[in-house]
Ligand binder design. Structure first.
Ligand code: RP5
Length: 162
């Protein structure tokens, strides 16, 4: 099974990015987490991206805040799909990170999820791998079914309050 990389710009991003790691764990998808910064460790980030496909990764999740160039910097050095997570870690409430992550030039896509959307990034990575992996596809179906059931249960509870 292909692995998913979860890269974050700082250890201060870990509490938020843990949401991606937890979701990948729930789906039994092997993953690796690293702290690499587009600005503070540009060479380490670039080396990781260049080698990621050969190392057995199928998708990269990159979370960063402020001037969040991490996802784009990784995407520039690999043809693996890169999913950006803009993190709310500044006085601008994550809008800075959202724009820095999503506004990529043509020819260099980053699939950007919502501000602080780490769990959705993991789900998107899983859906990408599931294109050619029936085990992950099955896990995703089961997760969706549980999610649907949980919402319907809440609706039933609401109806009973009337
Ligand atoms: C970004 O700056 C990181 O991704 C983090 O969200 C933010 C603050 O980093 P620290 O100053 O906490 O290391 O590069």
């Amino acid at each position: 099974m292909k692995k998913v990389a979860v890269i974050m710009g700082s250890d201060s991003d870990l509490p938020l990015m843990q949401g991606a790691l937890d979701m990948l764990g729930k789906l039994n998808i092997p993953c690796e987490a690293h702290i690499y910064s587009a600005h503070r460790t540009p060479d380490a980030a670039a080396d990781f991206a260049r080698n990621a496909r050969a190392e057995g990764f199928g998708a990269i999740i990159a979370g960063a805040g402020k001037a969040a160039h991490l996802a784009g910097a990784l995407a520039a050095r690999t043809t693996l799909p890169v999913i950006g997570v803009p993190i709310k870690s500044s006085t601008l409430d994550g809008l800075d990170a959202l724009l820095s992550t999503v506004q990529m030039p043509s020819g260099m896509p980053v699939a950007t999820v919502a501000i602080d959307g780490a769990a959705n990034a993991a789900l998107l990575a899983a859906q990408i791998l599931a294109v050619s992996d029936d085990t992950i596809a099955q896990k995703l179906e089961e997760l969706r079914a549980r999610q649907t059931e949980a919402v319907l249960l809440k609706d039933r509870a609401l109806q009973e309050q009337k």
